[in-house]
Every structure is written in C-alpha cells, then in structure tokens.
Design a protein around this ligand. Structure first.
Ligand SMILES: [Cu+2]
Length: 340
C-alpha cells in the first residue's frame, strides 16, 4: 500500500510537470479562426491525457526498476502472481470509457466546425500544379473575378468550395487549423470564421509533385468594411467593358492561374515576375542569354521546358498549349508587354 501511495503521488507530480511543459511548448502558431479554437481545446485536453498516461507508465516503470531491483544476496525466484480479475476489469473499462468519451467529443467538434452558418461568404478555391486560385462570386451567383490571394473579412463565416484541376492537393492555413483536400472533379466545403486581422500563408498539405514545396498563396484577413471596398473595386473592374487586349490579357492570366506563380509588381514568386520582362536580357539555366521578345514569351507559355530561367525550377505546367486559344495567347503577350 505504501508503494502504491508513493507512486500515486509521483504520478500526480509528473503529470503536472509534463502537462505544464506540453501546454507551454507553443506547439502551434497563434490561432486565427473560430474553428481553430475548438480544435485547440481538443488538443489541450489530449495533451492533459497524454501527460497523465506518460506519468502513469514512466513512474510505475521507473519505481519498479529502482525499488524492486535485485539486492545483493537475493538469489531466489520472484513471487509468482497469476491473474487479477478486478484489475483486468478496471484496466479494460477505464480506457474504453476514455476512448468513447473522446470519440463523442471528436464527433461533436467535427459537427461544430463543419455545420453551415448564417450569412456565409462563398469563395471558390482551385488548387493546381503548383499554385492556388480564389474565385469570388458576383451578385448573380456566377464567378465574377479571381485572385491569387485569398481575401477574407474578419468575423464573417466563410465557406470555401475547394477543388483541383489536376492531382489531389490540400488547402491548409496552419493558423486556421482546419484542412481540406482539393480533389479533381469534386468540390469539398471548408468553413472558416477568421478572428484575427493579418496575413497568413496558404500551403498545400498533400505532396503533389515537383512544385509542392512552393505551392503557397497569401491569405489576408481584413476588416469587413475594407474587405467590402476591395470586393466592390474588383467587381467593378471585372465588369468594365474592355475591348482592350491588355485588359483581356490580365483576365486570361487570372483564368489560367498564371498569377499564382508570376507577380506583376516585381516581387519574386514561384516563377519570375512579369514586371519589366519584355525586352529584358534573360539568363537561362544552361548559360545562354536571350532577349525577351514575343517569340520567347510565346515559347515560354506553350513549351515551358524549352528555356528554363536561371534560378527557377522547371515547374511551370506544360499543358497550356492545349488549353489557351490563339486569341488568349495574343492577349497574354500584350499584357506581359504592357508591364513595364
Ligand atoms: Cu499541391
């Protein structure tokens, strides 16, 4: 009995210490969504149970090794013990009850983070090798414009309808905690209610080929009023009647997700920026230098593997030649030329 009591006290002490360490270890980045808080509560509870189980096993094991070890002169066999029905019932029922409790907690949390909410903002998310595109809907319920950054209003429930155009990807923003696969031919919803303003990183959580590690996009959480004005501005510019070939090129670049890898403001992304591209001396990976003209741009789009830009990986999709019409190609070239 004395042994059990001592061990029990030690278990409590070790549990408290391990729980304290685990909970303060900052295992996850700051949480930035309502759904994330539910998940974090679950995790905290798990960490407490983990601390207890760790203490239970390690304390009893260490205690036995130290206290019941063979002392000098002890030559006989140990005591023979067989069966203990009471103990066996307890160590079956307790874990069973714990597991069932966690299963029901898991189910109710899953229900909480996936249930439809009022006033949801619907956004389409398209993953492709190797970037993301976000489709925003107009008042008529049709896709009005696309963005390579995910803009979200703070405190408003958002429903992301996630899909892919090629292989399976997975939409993941660690600060939002929740995750959803992007499956070709299917749309899976993911619900997020952002609670923190700021910039977060969208990642792909499913190994999806050569460019998987650079499959990033920025998620920006704005005040609802700021979001509204951004949305209205984008909506207005998408509705502008533009017979203008350059304006059409900008839309084509959105449509095919080029802007997921190419910036137009000089900032580096997975691919080289388009700013100042036309007329530039481009150094290629094989050491050649080329002056960027229309022919080079056309070849870069239709056969991206032909000239690889120095410092970049050969990850640009080589499927555009089957998708982009001649008219769209001319518009793209005109658009890239216009980005001085
Ligand atoms: Cu991916």
């Amino acid at each position: 009995m004395r042994h059990i009591l001592t061990a029990a006290v030690l278990v409590v002490i070790v549990t408290v210490i391990v729980a304290f360490i685990l909970i303060n270890a900052n295992l996850l980045p700051t949480v930035a969504s309502q759904e994330g808080m539910i998940i974090d509560n679950l995790l905290t509870l798990h960490l407490l149970v983990i601390a207890f189980l760790f203490a239970l096993i390690v304390v009893f094991m260490t205690y036995s090794i130290v206290v019941f070890r063979r002392k000098p002169g002890e030559e006989g066999d140990g005591k023979y013990i067989h069966g203990n029905t009471k103990l066996e019932i307890v160590w079956t029922l307790l874990p069973l009850a714990t597991v069932l409790y966690f299963a029901s907690l898991g189910a109710s949390s899953l229900y909480e983070i996936t249930k439809p909410l009022d006033n949801e903002l619907k956004i389409g998310v398209v993953g492709f090798q190797w970037a993301w595109r976000f489709d925003y809907y107009g008042p008529d319920g049709k896709v009005a414009f696309s963005s390579n950054e995910l803009y979200l209003p703070k405190d408003r429930p958002v429903r992301l309808d996630i899909t892919s155009t090629d292989v399976i990807h997975s939409f993941w923003v660690p600060e939002f905690r929740v995750k959803q696969d992007a499956v070709p031919g299917q749309r899976h919803p993911l619900r997020i209610t952002p609670t923190q303003l700021g910039e977060f990183k969208v990642r792909c959580a499913e190994i999806c080929g050569r460019g998987h590690a650079v499959m990033y996009a920025t998620a920006r959480v704005l005040e609802p009023s700021e979001f509204q004005s951004w949305y209205e501005q984008q909506l207005a510019s998408s509705q502008e009647e533009g017979g203008d070939i350059v304006a059409m090129g900008a839309k084509v670049a959105q449509k095919y997700g080029c802007i997921g890898c190419h910036s137009t403001d000089g900032s580096p992304m997975a691919g080289p920026t388009w700013k100042g591209l036309f007329g530039k001396e481009e150094t290629l990976a094989d050491g050649r230098t080329i002056t960027v003209d229309e022919e080079y741009i056309r070849r870069s789009i239709l056969d991206p593997g032909a000239d690889i830009v120095k410092g970049f990986a050969n990850i640009m999709p080589n499927t555009y030649k089957d998708q982009i019409s001649d008219e769209e190609l001319e518009a793209l070239i005109a658009y890239i030329k216009s980005l001085k």
